[in-house]
Design a protein around this ligand. Structure first.
Ligand code: HEM
Length: 536
């Protein structure tokens, strides 16, 4: 963006050799042969037929025929931006991650904001969760913080994710609706999945229709671990706090904007950066000592729970500034590959069963979306540090590895890659002690689905509560199945009787007296039911 005077960063510099500007150049084929006519195909006579021999025609059309790649299975619609992260104070007490210790470094980042349910061409203003994915290109490799603008999630176990997404996405027979949650399969799923109660409160709140990507929070959702140089672990929740504050549009405004400018958020982000009005967010941490793991009324491993800020304050540790638009949407934003499994020494995982499943899913989906095992070599995904290992070959390999040795241990090579010790910056997993039975079940500590849903509803101002009542009424009003509406009223009554009554009034239904929660049939045959979750 030449219009804006911006500091360069290592990542941008590393992208430069891949950039191309054809202004004023003569045209070539992809093999470098000059072309003097790409507007007339080679024909037998001026009235044809066209000749198979025409390699210029064939190459141009073949490339065009292959321009599309699959959109992301979720978060298909997104907008990206480059920027940098600057730390306020060293965090050595908690983590050995270098980018969280050295305040002199400006760590390059690439961010992708997204909606979740709609396809690539859907409106920005849909009532939906927003993705907030940040790739830090650190001196110790890439760290991806792949979060959302809501601090909790619909489900507690990744094995339910395909079900959730099948229910959320357009219905399979008619592919309606394109990008909204107001439909039977979505609400059917929610109505039989009480653990989604907290998330659904956020989704029906103003948080689901942000005014701008510049004005929304981000959350890592899961509890992660920070590990310091002595090997001591602290639990951590990651937050992004926008310096412009959190703002939403009203639902009527959102629908109006969707009609007039479906690119509203994308345009807002682009224009803000282009005009030098750089979006800024502070990174916040909630830190819990290992010894306090069981101090709370909820389980730290349960992704449907927040840690209330009154219990553990958010410490602001640094600032993210987005100061440069991508040069090319496809090459950068579309081909970017985020993954919560991309961590650096000093950051580690917990046993949250949603997190654990995500650790499998991202690379797996990117293998097909980005066409094979070499997508980390795509310029936007490459770390700013060199890569040395014995991985080789595969579709679209870019690196030309020298020498005969691509295995270890070996005795023939003298320039083969060595494994780093932890003392040399090598990643070692936190040696958490686990002594347990192998079992397909859920902990009883995951069972309170309604307290925090109620906490969230009660935290809203009266106008915000009204927006939520209107949202539930609108959304459930579109649901054709009376049973589903009725079951949802039962769920809402567990959260707040007043909320349920208001929504029931709009739907001309009554709130069930004693709603039944669905029963989970997956208690293991040899397990004591008392120890496990009797409820879905
Ligand atoms: C994509 C966040 C749960 C699978 C994304 C993206 C975000 C995100 C922000 C978009 C990344 C981008 O911009 O490229 C979250 C959060 C979750 C969550 C915050 C819960 C706390 C899950 C789970 C799974 C999953 C449980 C699977 C078990 C995927 C897949 C993609 C994706 C397959 C597409 C990735 C790609 O094609 O590059 N997620 N997600 N997510 N997520 Fe999640």
């Amino acid at each position: 963006n030449p219009a804006v005077d911006q500091p360069e960063n290592d990542k941008i510099r590393s992208l430069e050799p891949h950039m191309e500007d054809s202004t004023g150049e003569l045209m070539n084929t992809n093999t470098g042969v000059r072309i003097n006519d790409d507007q007339n195909s080679l024909k037998a006579g001026d009235r044809g037929a066209s000749l198979l021999e025409d390699f210029i025609l064939r190459e141009k059309i073949t490339h065009f025929d292959h321009e599309r790649i699959p959109e992301r299975v979720v978060h298909a619609r997104g907008s990206g931006a480059h920027g940098f992260f600057k730390l306020y104070e060293p965090l050595g007490q908690y983590t050995k991650a270098q980018f969280l210790n050295d305040t002199s470094i400006e760590t390059p980042v690439f961010v992708r904001f997204s909606t979740v349910a709609g396809s690539r061409g859907s409106t920005d203003l849909a009532r939906d969760v927003r993705g907030f994915a940040v790739k830090f290109y650190t001196q110790e490799g890439n760290f991806d913080l792949v979060g959302n603008n809501m601090p909790v999630f619909f489900i507690q176990d990744a094995i339910k994710f395909p079900d959730l997404v099948h229910a959320v996405k357009p219905e399979p027979d008619n592919e309606i609706p394109q990008a909204a949650s107001a439909h039977d399969t979505f609400w059917d799923f929610i109505s039989v999945m009480p653990e989604s109660a907290h998330m659904i409160m956020w989704l029906m709140s103003d948080r689901a229709i942000p005014r701008s990507y510049r004005m929304m929070e981000g959350f890592g959702v899961h509890t992660f671990r920070l590990i310091n140089a002595e090997g001591v672990s602290h639990f951590v929740k990651f937050h992004w706090k926008p310096l412009l504050g959190v703002h939403a549009v009203a639902w009527d405004e959102a629908q109006n904007i969707s009609g007039k400018d479906p690119d509203y958020h994308r345009r807002d982000l682009w224009d803000a950066i282009e005009s030098g009005n750089f979006p800024e967010y502070e990174l916040g941490l909630q830190i819990v000592p290992e010894a306090d793991e069981f101090k709370f009324e909820f389980d730290l491993l349960d992704p449907t729970k927040i840690i209330p800020e009154e219990l553990v304050p958010v410490i602001k540790v640094g600032k993210l500034t987005l100061n440069r638009n991508p040069e090319n949407f496809f090459a950068e934003t579309e081909q970017s590959a985020f993954h919560i499994g991309h961590v650096v020494p000093g950051i580690d995982f917990t046993n949250d069963p949603l997190l654990q499943g995500r650790l499998f899913s991202y690379t797996d989906t990117q293998l097909i979306r980005l066409g094979g095992p070499n997508f980390q070599e795509i310029p936007i995904n490459r770390p700013i540090v060199p890569v040395h290992n014995n991985q080789r070959d595969g579709y679209m390999r870019q690196t030309i590895n020298r020498g005969k040795i691509s295995y270890g241990p070996n005795s023939l090579g003298d320039n083969y890659p060595l494994q780093a010790k932890a003392s040399e910056g090598g990643f070692t997993s936190y040696p958490e002690r686990i002594d347990a039975r192998k079992i397909r079940a859920r902990s009883k500590s995951f069972l309170d689905h309604f307290s925090q849903a109620r906490l969230f509803f009660n935290s809203q101002s009266d106008p915000e509560k009204n927006h939520m009542i209107e949202a539930f009424s609108f959304e459930l009003g579109k649901v054709q199945s009376v049973e589903v509406r009725q079951r949802m009223l039962g769920i809402l009554s567990m959260v707040d009787k007043g909320l349920a009554a208001e929504v029931a009034f709009s739907l001309r239904l009554s709130v069930p007296e004693d709603p039944e929660l669905p029963v989970n049939r997956s208690i293991p045959a040899d397990g004591d039911p008392a120890d496990y979750d009797p409820v879905m």
